[in-house]
Design a protein around this ligand. Structure first.
Ligand SMILES: Nc1ncnc2c1ncn2[C@@H]1O[C@H](COP(=O)(O)OP(=O)(O)OP(=O)(O)O)[C@@H](O)[C@H]1O
Length: 225
């Protein structure tokens, strides 16, 4: 993946002020952002996904400019072609597994039919071994299944990059290890560039081709495998 990011943002809540001054360039396929709580990791990822607008700077992904404060470029989130997986997976509670996966596939497809099918959905149900729960709703799934649905939904529209914000934080240690191994295999198979936020040293070990350590809104250290 080719990312070039150089952004500033001042976030205020009441008396508190947080200054994000993030800058890095990466050619890595597996980039890990590591650092303490409140360092600005999620805000940086949101800027990349188009969910937070910086005060100034420039963001480029795979040779395409997504944001440029000076040139007045700010590509809307839905046109950035990046998949962003939130900490809590954010599945739609009123849609079943099949519909959740189908959601990202068609623009403007706000309310897919319960029986919605299609080759792409079948492929992802099969790839993630979710066929037997295709008609179940998120609250009827285990943590690992929910995560697989979220990943399948994120990958179904064939994004050019996958952004994961602490993808294993909500899982128990056994499942976390299994899902980590699954993601490792999947990323290699699909060769999809991935940027992952984590607190967990084991994620850094497995996915850290390029590791960015973040503290107080800045990238303070970089290591490349
Ligand atoms: N909407 C907002 N308004 C004001 N400040 C905010 C807002 N969102 C986040 N912040 C502040 O920005 C800082 C960075 O938050 P961010 O969520 O990026 O940290 P993080 O490194 O991802 O932390 P964690 O690992 O706990 O998720 C924090 O100090 C937070 O309080």
């Amino acid at each position: 993946m080719q990312i070039s990011l150089d952004i500033s943002k001042t976030l205020r809540s009441g008396e508190r002020e947080f200054q994000l001054e993030a800058r890095f360039v990466s050619q890595g396929q597996r980039v890990v952002v590591y650092g303490p709580s409140g360092a600005g990791k999620s805000q940086m990822m949101k800027a990349l996904a188009g969910l937070m607008t910086p005060d100034r700077g420039r963001i480029e992904l795979a040779g395409r400019c997504l944001y440029d404060g000076v040139a007045g470029i700010d590509v809307p989130a839905r046109e950035r072609n990046v998949a962003y997986l939130f900490q809590d997976y954010a599945l739609f509670p009123h849609l079943n597994v099949r519909q959740n996966i189908g959601f990202g596939l068609q623009r403007g497809w706000r309310n897919p039919r319960a029986g919605v099918d299609g080759e792409a959905i079948r492929y992802w149900l099969q790839a993630f071994e979710l066929e037997h729960v295709a008609h179940q709703f998120p609250h009827q799934l285990s943590g690992g299944q929910r995560q697989r649905v979220a990943l399948a939904r994120a990958l179904a529209p064939q994004p050019s990059a996958l952004l994961l914000d602490e993808p294993f934080a909500a899982l128990d240690p056994g499942l976390r290890a299994r899902m980590r191994a699954e993601l490792d295999t999947l990323q290699r198979r699909l060769a999809i560039p991935m940027l992952i936020i984590t607190h967990d040293p084991e994620d850094v070990r497995v996915f850290g081709e390029h590791v960015l350590r973040m503290e107080q809104g800045r990238i303070v250290e970089e290591t490349q495998a």
